[in-house]
Every structure is written in structure tokens, then in C-alpha cells.
Design a protein around this ligand. Structure first.
Ligand SMILES: Cc1cc2nc3c(=O)[nH]c(=O)nc-3n(C[C@H](O)[C@H](O)[C@H](O)COP(=O)(O)O)c2cc1C
Ligand code: SF4
Ligand code: SF4
Length: 256
């Protein structure tokens, strides 16, 4: 099995690790590590994609990956992790795969902590976790994958219209970094630059954001000094999935 994933605060990597652990010899590939490759052809018995749902759609980098990758697999699955409402994201990802000559036999979304700081307070999100039954839902998904269940994502016409109206993740990254403020707690450790999946941050005696931001908010959540803030954040509490050490996010996201 080969699992492609994109993560900022570790939810998707935690899911990828859990699924990978159930299937011996599975290989986990972080999309930022392959996105610039000229050869995005893959072959395996099972291929999986795990991504965070952004604006009822896909992160732009995941969309670019989907537009350029070609895979051959006996069985392929897509899982979108989300925090409150998935919109028509899973339907969109299945359709995008078909348009590009690929396929997903199984598409499912998984409710986790919502890391979208302008919308949600992380404390309240963590308090909601028991009701979200993440482990139980993931166990069901793993069984479905193991038994090669087929499942097409559905979305009501209203949800499809709302998703199309807000662009399905397309405008998430536009000028996002202009919304960041780095305060005096910064110790110039360079972690934000290492965990940025877009290679969009340069740390010298200041922290500079270029114009390639993916809008993932990873730098805001993962700064060890909590020195990066969004002008419109709902709270100053941050999130990193407890099963994913910071070093694993660096390995996943650091651009060479
Ligand atoms: C820019 C952005 C947009 C998001 N949009 C949605 C959304 O439309 N619906 C939703 O339920 N969660 C949304 N989320 C929450 C993430 O999908 C969710 O927290 C995901 O599990 C994060 O995965 P990660 O930790 O692997 O990055 C958004 C998060 C970000 C940063
Ligand atoms: S991670 Fe935080 S403390 Fe380190 S350089 Fe970036 S903003 Fe500064
Ligand atoms: S600058 Fe911050 S929000 Fe933008 S892609 Fe990099 S880590 Fe994500």
C-alpha cells in the first residue's frame, strides 16, 4: 500500500500512520516531498490519499498533486479529515480523480479537531473530541479498506452549490500570510520555516513570508513560542495531534 498525505497539524499524518500500521509494508509519502517531481506515476496494490478538507474542498497543493499524478492500483481510497463540515469535498475529489483517468473506489470523511483558527477556538474543539468518536470511525474506515469496500461520496445539491460558491478550497491560500503577525516572543529558531509545506517562510533576524502560502496555518499552530498570530484568530490556543511529534511534521513538510 502507498499512502499519500498532506498535513499541517498532524491529523492526517496520525490517520496515515494508523492505517499504515494495519497494512504491513505500506509506504507513507508526504505530498510536499513529491509535488515538484516530474514523475508522478505510481503503482501499488492499494493507493490511498489522506488530506485535510479546506473550504469544503482540497488544499491547493493536493489539487495540484491530483491534477498531475497518475496511479495504477487494484484498489484506491481517499479520506478527507475535517473539523465541522466537509461540504462536497469527497465528491469533488472522486470526480477530479476520474477526470484525470484515475479512480477512488472508496471515499470517506473523518471528523477530527478543527484547526481553522479564524473559525474555531481550539479549547472548545478539543472538548468536542469525545463526541466525535475519531478512533471508532477510523477503525470502521480501516475495516472498509481491508475488505476493499466500495463507496461513492454523495452531497446534496444545496451542499454542492455552497461548495462551488465558496470555491471548494480554491481561494484559501490567497494572501493568507498577509494576515500573520509575528510578535516579540519569536526566538528565530526556524521551526516555522521547516514545517511549512510550501517553503514559504525565511527566518533571519525576522520571519518573512513569501507569496506561495498554502493557507494551512501550520506555522501558526506549531511555533514553539506561540509567536505567530492571525489577525482574525478566535483564540491563542494551538493544536498539534498528540500522536505526531513536531519532528515528524518537519520530516513530512520541510522542502529541500
Ligand atoms: C484553511 C483551512 C480551511 C479549513 N476548512 C475546513 C472546512 O471547510 N470544513 C471543515 O470541517 N474543516 C475545515 N478545516 C479544518 C481541517 O480540515 C481539519 O482540522 C483537518 O483535520 C486538519 O488536518 P491536519 O492536522 O492534518 O492539517 C480547515 C482548516 C484550515 C486550516
Ligand atoms: S517558529 Fe516561532 S519562534 Fe521559531 S522562528 Fe518561527 S516564529 Fe520565530
Ligand atoms: S506560510 Fe504558514 S500557513 Fe502558509 S503554507 Fe507555510 S506553514 Fe502554511
Amino acid at each position: 500500500m502507498t499512502i499519500f498525505y498532506f498535513t499541517s497539524t498532524g491529523n492526517c499524518l496520525a490517520v496515515a500512520k494508523k492505517i499504515g500500521a494495519k497494512f504491513p509494508e505500506s509506504k507513507l509519502i508526504s505530498i510536499p516531498q513529491v509535488i515538484d517531481s516530474s514523475d508522478l506515476a505510481f503503482h501499488d496494490d492499494i493507493i490511498g490519499l489522506i488530506f485535510p478538507i479546506y473550504g469544503f474542498g482540497l488544499p491547493e497543493m493536493v489539487r495540484r498533486f491530483m491534477e498531475n499524478a497518475k496511479w495504477e492500483a487494484e484498489y484506491a481510497f481517499a479520506i478527507g479529515t475535517y473539523g465541522n463540515m466537509p461540504g462536497a469535498a469527497m465528491r469533488s475529489v472522486q470526480r477530479l480523480a476520474s477526470q484525470k483517468g484515475n479512480h477512488f473506489d472508496y471515499a470517506e470523511s473523518l471528523l477530527m479537531v478543527d484547526n481553522y483558527l479564524p473559525g474555531f477556538e481550539i479549547d472548545s474543539e478539543i472538548a468536542k473530541l469525545p463526541g466525535k468518536q475519531v478512533d471508532e470511525n477510523l477503525a470502521r474506515i480501516i475495516t472498509d479498506i481491508d475488505t476493499r469496500e466500495k463507496q461513492n461520496a454523495t452531497a446534496s445539491i444545496l451542499m454542492r452549490m455552497i461548495t462551488a460558491g465558496i470555491g471548494g478550497g480554491r481561494f484559501i491560500n490567497v494572501k493568507q500570510a498577509q494576515n500573520f503577525i509575528v510578535n516579540d516572543n519569536c526566538i528565530h529558531c526556524g521551526i516555522c520555516a521547516k514545517i511549512c509545506p510550501a517553503g514559504n517562510i525565511t527566518v533571519t533576524d525576522t520571519v518573512a513570508f513569501a507569496d506561495k502560502c498554502e493557507g494551512c496555518q501550520g506555522c501558526v499552530h506549531l511555533c514553539p513560542q506561540n509567536a505567530i498570530h492571525m489577525r482574525n484568530e478566535k483564540s491563542t490556543v494551538r493544536w498539534r495531534h498528540p500522536d505526531v511529534p513536531l519532528g515528524e511534521i518537519v520530516l513530512a513538510n520541510q522542502r529541500k
